[in-house]
Write a protein that binds this ligand. Sequence first.
Ligand code: UDX
Ligand code: UDX
Length: 456
Amino acid sequence: MSNILCIGAGYVGGPTMAMIAKNCPEHSVTVVDINQERIERWNSNDLPIFEPGLLEVVQQTRGKNLFFHTDIAGAIAEADIIFVSVNTPTKKFGEGAGKAADMQYWEKTSRDILQNSRKPEVIVVEKSTLPVRTAEAMARILESGNSSTRFSVVSNPEFLAEGTAIQDLANPDRVLIGGEENENGHKAAKTVAELYAHWVPRERILLTSVWSSELSKLVANAMLAQRISSVNSISALCERTEADITEVSRAIGMDTRIGAKFLQASVGFGGSCFRKDILHLSYLCEYYGLPEVADYWASVVRINEWQTDRFFQNILHELFNTLAGKTITMLGFAFKQDTGDTRDSPAIPLCEKLVGENARVRIHDPKALENARIELKNLKGDVSFVEDVYEAADGAHALALVTQWDEYRELDYEKIHQAMAEPAFIFDGRNHLDHDKLYEIGFNVFPLGKSPLKHI
Ligand code: UDX
Ligand code: UDX
């Protein structure tokens, strides 16, 4: 039996540890965080993150072999295996500002581990997405000083996607474990592999070098995001021609070499990882003297920003080039469906641009209003957050769908149309709705990457 600890009770640490606790009942799993309120919510039935199926897993294990608290030093002292899942946002200051990862929390955590570990052998598992070669830096910090603990650092990036975290954890495509190239490192990697082997078939557990593991995480996110930017760039071409992006995505996705996933045109990708990881990959390439490679990856982010701006420009243009005093209702604010997470959501720049035109923005989202308020707290303008979607659309000049929540397909659009200003517009930033039906009801419909359906 081992004491497993996770530092950082966020979107990654919380669900991952709940899944380990569920599948490894002989081990004790503790999750700590500097944020007292977050921990209190993990100890309640009002979890700090919305994730389908998560509460059930937490309820099965909490108080038995899953514990949440804030005594970081005390928990480190008892731990045999420590997962580090603190955030590594894009740096906002100094060298590499806007591109490199901000490593201050991560370094502080490394030093906390060095200072407080008491067990003779401790495995530190890097779960946060970090710059390549960070594990080496962490090992150097842990070897400094005269701790009697022998540390091994293992890289084990997490590939779960929000909204499907529990499924992704229960049935991962692969688990990647990078260990140091020595006997101690191999042993540590195997110990971590044994945890996952409780529920993941062994052929899906990949053992690699630490650096390959770290880089694979950045590249997986970059490649996924690149597919979206590729499709989004083609959506613009489709709008200028007779082609339909849904048909194009379907046709190319049936080529098994390309595959069908991540070809859905959108108002732009968001989330805490894609932008941050690509900018970081690009920064690494620059640092290692590869400006062409850096620029290639940076263009994925540029296209993404351009796509959100294009969506906004379309709204402005179609509403007769003036939004001043007009009400625009945003359907959704989360960066994708089935999550309350708003980090890097395309809804944020969209809202800023609308407010910049003096539009009145009403925001609806079934799960993300609390985070939307926090994201926009410094934005000056006429912005309101409305819990009832019909109230949000009442008197609006246009609806802009940002997040593909299932419930937006089920709304009574006849009723909404009657309550809106005429002519009524709908801009579907996810091609999520039944456009023909909306057109029949009387809307002027603007999908992405296909011809608009206009009455005027
Ligand atoms: C984080 C990283 O952002 C991401 O790069 C990595 O891939 C996985 O871990 P996430 O779980 O989504 O992702 O972050 P977040 O929800 O912000 O959680 C991080 C938690 O760490 C927060 O609750 C924060 O309070 C906590 N934290 C941060 C600490 O406990 N100690 C610190 O020093 C800093
Ligand atoms: C991503 C990776 O998928 C995951 O492996 C990694 O661990 C963290 O980053 P996440 O950001 O939670 O996960 O969600 P994801 O489903 O990848 O979606 C990211 C963004 O891309 C969302 O804004 C989503 O709406 C958008 N997207 C996705 C598209 O615009 N089109 C698509 O076809 C797919």
